[in-house]
Design a protein around this ligand. Structure first.
Ligand SMILES: *Cc1c(COP(=O)(O)O)cnc(C)c1O
Length: 356
């Protein structure tokens, strides 16, 4: 069966990336060894690492004042590692609370210093982005989540601020061009839009490091990773390789401008179909809707199960909403073809005809 992969993460990857990776598992670049069998300090792997780092800088148009690291631990580890490196015990960091992931980041930051939640969208169940707030000039940094994977909201602009900007971009990384040089630190788990689970990317501007008094365990210290050439310990070799291939695929397919154009086409098709049918209701404020994760509900909750059953029969996976918000969610990452969204929309229309 032709599957339609709407998984929220780990999620769809480009077919050519999977084919190349499958070959490399048996015999990497015809060297007679698997990518899984080579040392991380070999020139074979260093080429992979350096291409991945350079592709990130190319796509983000960043200069050498930034470093690109590929770490273990997921974006969740960054919830702790960011304040450990950037927030002094008596200092205060500003955080935006726009959903489940941002709330988790706030909780971790409080273990290291003070947190000022400058904006929250909790009052309306995180169905919008609260953009009307002020950031104290002495904040150590402002942290926000560019795309709220679970709630289906996305920032469509970069917040104006003079304090260092830190962003969790796990679920919309490399989906659109941005002024990435406005950020001091960007992190993401790779498994949504840039590769397989097992690697976390951190892009950090070097001049924000080393400004706090805390002693940081070396493995948690970004400066130690930078000094070791991103090879402080064994990195997740295969996951980095997969990210490198995905980044190469993005570059070969028109870069971030084309990724954004395709994301807009997919999202427009899906949201306009939802709005045209009485059975489905998009819950997020229109101006804050995510181009990556569309969250919606059935007007009659009793129709949810039959709809999900029909999705399953047609090979559409990942459509059930996150357990914390319920409803339905269709994730549309870079590798998802428009034809999958079209298939979903055809089903929705057909379903609405039969269940009116
Ligand atoms: C998935 C996700 C996370 C958690 O990532 P892990 O790699 O599982 O730790 C954090 N933030 C956002 C925005 C996410 O979508």
């Amino acid at each position: 069966m032709n599957m339609h992969n709407f998984n929220s993460g780990p999620s769809i990857l480009p077919q050519p990336v999977l084919e190349e990776a499958a070959k490399a598992i048996i015999n990497y670049n015809n060297i007679g060894l698997s990518i899984l069998e080579i040392g991380h300090r070999t020139s074979w792997f260093e080429e992979v690492l350096h291409e991945a780092q350079q592709s990130v800088k190319d796509l983000m148009q960043l200069n050498d004042s930034y470093e690109v690291l590929f770490l273990h631990g997921g974006a969740t580890t960054q919830f702790m590692q960011v304040p450990m490196n950037l927030l002094d015990t008596n200092a205060t960091a500003a955080y935006c609370d726009n959903g489940i992931w941002g709330s988790k980041a706030i909780k971790e930051a409080k273990l290291f210093g003070n947190v000022n939640v400058v904006a929250s969208s909790k009052d309306r169940n995180h169905t919008y982005i609260n953009k009307d707030f002020t950031i104290p000039a002495d904040a150590a940094y402002l942290h926000y989540t560019t795309n709220n994977t679970v709630e289906g909201t996305q920032w469509h602009h970069i917040p104006e601020t003079h304090v260092p900007l830190v962003a969790d971009m796990s679920s919309d990384i490399f989906s659109r061009p941005m002024a990435f040089d406005k950020f001091s630190l960007i992190y993401c788990g790779a498994q949504k839009n840039m590769g397989a689970a097992g690697v976390t990317m951190v892009v950090v501007k070097k001049d924000i490091l080393g400004k706090i008094s805390r002693t940081i365990p070396p493995i948690m210290d970004y400066r130690e990773h930078i000094a070791a050439g991103a090879l402080l310990n064994t990195p997740p070799v295969f996951a980095i390789y997969l990210s490198m291939l995905t980044l190469r695929w993005i570059k070969e397919n028109g870069g971030l401008t084309v990724m954004e154009q395709k994301a807009k086409e997919r999202a427009h098709l899906l949201y306009s179909t939802i709005e045209s049918l009485p059975n489905f209701v998009a819950t997020v404020a229109p101006e804050d809707r995510s181009l990556m994760n569309a969250v919606f509900v059935m007007k009659d909750p009793a129709q949810e199960k039959p709809f999900l059953d029909e999705c399953k029969k047609l090979g559409m996976v990942g459509v059930k909403g996150h357990r914390s918000v319920g409803g339905l969610r269709v994730s549309m990452y870079n590798a998802l073809p428009l034809s999958s969204v079209q298939a979903m929309c055809d089903l929705m229309k057909d379903f609405a005809n039969r269940y009116n």
